[in-house]
Design a protein around this ligand. Sequence first.
Ligand code: SF4
Length: 121
Amino acid sequence: MLQSHQQSLQEARVPIQRSGRREEGDPWHTEAVCRRDEAALFFAPSKEPTADRLSREAAAKRVCARCPVMVECREHALLLPEPYGVWGGLTAAERRVVQARRRRRDTAEKLTAPRGIAQAG
Ligand code: SF4
């Protein structure tokens, strides 16, 4: 069974709440615009029909689009990684694509990086 966004965020110590302006040093999620009562928007119920999923995800992305911490949220979900739900305007499938792209980029950079002096000999 999939976790609710609220449960997942609580486990990640990232509460869904709107608490106003973020002060210097406050964690990014204090400016999240998603609310606890919107958790169903961000996570799929079991056996959700495709059309319903696409509609729900589009609605969740509209919430994310007006969120001032979308970039921070997205990076959090990519780095953890969060396996389910819409985070930072990306679905789980979209995050997997970004992660795969980053892995390919990192591999290419390692392969093309100049070799160290000890290795160059
Ligand atoms: S980007 Fe979306 S999921 Fe992340 S905190 Fe903002 S509204 Fe919530």
